[in-house]
Design a protein around this ligand. Structure first.
Ligand SMILES: [Zn+2]
Length: 106
């Protein structure tokens, strides 16, 4: 699945971004909610309605969504579009892979 974060849409919602920022869709391992990570700076935006707010990886803060003590996230490569709330969906674009490529670990 091809997933692209729409940086202009994020900016329009108040996110502070720099031209070199690498953005990707992530999912929190505690509660399964989505977020957008800025990879270089290890920032994660967790609320599509409050893009001025973010957390940094390694900060000892509980998940701002579910309150879990350990807050971690991992990149999303595949998701069911029905799972993505409209408030997130307008910040990313996605399309299914044109042809299925079998991926092997390693
Ligand atoms: Zn959580």
């Amino acid at each position: 699945m091809k997933i692209e974060v729409q940086r202009e849409a994020m900016r329009a919602e108040g996110a502070v971004l720099f031209p070199d920022d690498q953005l990707r869709l992530v999912r929190f391992t505690c509660c399964g909610n989505f977020g957008i990570e800025e990879v270089e700076d290890k920032r994660v935006f967790y609320d599509p309605g409050k893009l001025k707010s973010f957390a940094r990886k390694g900060e000892e803060v509980p998940c701002q969504i579910c309150g879990a003590d350990r807050w971690e996230w991992e990149p999303v490569e595949e998701f069911d579009p029905e799972e993505l709330r409209p408030s997130w969906a307008r910040l990313i674009s996605y399309e299914p892979e044109p042809e299925p490529e079998p991926e092997q670990g390693g």
